[in-house]
Ligand binder design. Structure first.
Ligand code: SF4
Ligand code: SF4
Length: 166
């Protein structure tokens, strides 16, 4: 008799298990289909560096070296040069990502608002050279492919000291 009751109970319990499965089939998945889908990072996330330009396209960096002086990991290397107007700029500007600890001190030290840590975090590589971030990889495009809304957002972020994405 006891065995029969247990079998009946098992038969009742089995569809209950399927009900749990069915219930989750119609719920929004908690996992992400990465890398096809990517969640935006937190606004204060410190990812890959980028170098800003003025609105007319000239580079903001004047190669003053303050970012390199502030860098606790000694990860920044630069060489200065002068353009045809006699303005100073960095001919070479490199960040060694193998040394960088993504502290953001370079961004804070920069008097020209030239260097920022963006939101990019996908920069895996298999050679040491691929981790040397050169100036041509860091300089933002000109003209920037932006909507007017993004421009306003960037100014607001700058005013409130929130790191912006590239
Ligand atoms: S984020 Fe920090 S460690 Fe990396 S380059 Fe800037 S100052 Fe140096
Ligand atoms: S990024 Fe800023 S702090 Fe660094 S050298 Fe250029 S202007 Fe100076």
């Amino acid at each position: 008799m006891k065995g029969l009751l247990a079998s009946v109970w098992n038969v009742i319990r089995m569809p209950l298990g399927f009900l749990v499965t069915l219930k989750h089939m119609f719920k929004k998945p908690v996992t992400l289909d990465y890398p096809r889908k990517r969640e935006p990072m937190a606004p204060r996330f410190k990812g890959l560096h980028y170098l800003e330009r003025y609105d007319d396209g000239t580079e903001r960096c004047v190669c003053c070296g303050l970012c390199a002086a502030a860098c606790p990991a000694d990860a920044i290397y630069m060489e200065p040069a002068e353009n045809e107007k006699g303005e100073r700029y960095s001919e070479v500007y490199e960040i060694n990502l193998l040394r960088c600890i993504f502290c953001g001190f370079c961004e804070e030290a920069c008097p020209e608002e030239a260097i920022f840590l963006g939101q990019e975090y996908e920069f895996a590589g298999d050679t040491r050279e691929s981790f040397i971030l050169t100036k041509d990889k860091m300089l933002v495009q000109h003209p920037r492919k932006d909507s007017p809304f993004k421009k306003i957002l960037r100014r607001v972020r700058k005013a409130y000291g929130i790191a912006e994405s590239q």
